[in-house]
Design a protein around this ligand. Structure first.
Ligand SMILES: C[S@@+](CC[C@H](N)C(=O)[O-])C[C@H]1O[C@@H](n2cnc3c(N)ncnc32)[C@H](O)[C@@H]1O
Length: 307
């Protein structure tokens, strides 16, 4: 959906902005919000389509490779050692332990940009009811096939080929999920503002959003693109576009402007020799961020943050 010039000109219309945001926060349908946004009343979106077709084409070519642990996605397999406990421990610290042995039982988790389900499956094994979504049909097919081999996951992990904006259009999904994970996804998204807005729309009040991504630094360019892609071939060439990387500060600002409150940001480092990840003090390259929906209109949030 395209935004008209009129729409861009109306970005500063505070009164309309309030109408749109309050409609969203009061639980009216995302379609209604989207219609208002498309009339030029949106807060901050530029395209309302989070998908970059070039990214889809690139991941389509890799869709059969997700479960090759020594292949293109080896670093994502290894990242589970950090990100699964990160999600689990933060969920438990907010919501408390409910079932020993299945610590995430009764939580509904949305894995946005799930690819082949590398993160969906371990979260399902921890007891969560997981829905993985991805715009690449073939990746969803791979995820479904792989999960179908594990009888323990058949009832708890499911997948859908769609985008977050499509998912959030369905009334049934509004305020539905206890948590959302978007791991190594936001650096592939065309419109991050809309992406975050839609995440908030399907999250329960007080729900958690976990993002892992890549910082926009000289070091991330050198290691993430030149070394990892061009010299060592750990990741296929062209996987990342440095322009789409985002610093923790910019990401925090975007999240807070969408009514989230940042709980924690950490640094992560990948060792290409050992193939393992470790926590780091520096967020100069990779970092996870844990935020919670603070149930406030963005304006109210900024007021409460100031006071
Ligand atoms: C680097 S992979 C990460 C996959 C998975 N999250 C993991 O960590 O194993 C990036 C994924 O984001 C998906 N993607 C790209 N653009 C997207 C968008 N606009 N919305 C949701 N997912 C997207 C890709 O299809 C791909 O599966």
């Amino acid at each position: 959906m395209c935004i008209t010039k009129l729409g861009r000109l109306s970005l500063g219309l505070y009164g309309h902005l309030q109408t749109v945001c309050r409609a969203a926060w009061s639980g009216s349908s995302w379609s209604a919000v989207r219609r208002q946004r498309s009339l030029g009343l949106q807060t901050h979106s530029t395209s309302q389509n989070t998908v970059d077709p070039e990214e889809v084409r690139r991941f389509q070519l890799l869709a059969s490779k997700w479960w090759d642990e020594g292949g293109e996605f080896a670093p994502l397999h290894a990242m589970n050692d950090l990100r699964v406990p990160f999600v689990r421990d933060n969920m438990l610290s907010v919501h408390g332990q409910r079932h020993p042995g299945k610590p995430l039982a009764e939580f509904k988790i949305l894995d946005v940009g799930c690819g082949g389900g590398l993160l969906s499956e371990p979260l399902g094994r921890l007891g969560a009811e997981v829905l993985g979504i991805d715009p690449v049909d073939d990746s969803i097919y791979t995820a479904q096939m792989h999960t179908s081999y594990d009888p323990d996951l058949r009832d708890s992990v499911s997948y859908q080929a769609c985008t977050i904006e499509e998912l959030s259009e369905n009334e049934r999904n509004v305020g539905h999920f206890d948590a959302i994970v978007a791991s190594e996804v936001v650096e592939h998204v065309a419109d991050l503002d809309t992406f975050i807005f839609c995440c908030k729309h399907v999250l329960k009040p007080g729900g958690s959003l976990f993002i892992t991504t890549i910082n926009k630094t000289n070091l991330s360019y050198a290691l993430g693109i030149v070394v990892a892609e061009q010299l060592l071939g750990i990741v296929p060439t062209g996987t990342h576009d440095w322009e789409k990387f985002i610093s923790p500060d910019d990401l925090e600002r975007l999240l807070e402007s969408n009514g989230f409150s940042v709980q924690s940001v950490r640094g992560m480092l990948y060792n290409p020799v050992s193939g393992a990840w470790c926590w780091a003090n520096s967020t100069a390259i990779n970092y996870p961020v844990d935020v919670s929906e603070c149930g406030l209109h963005p304006e109210e949030h900024s007021v409460s943050a100031r006071s």
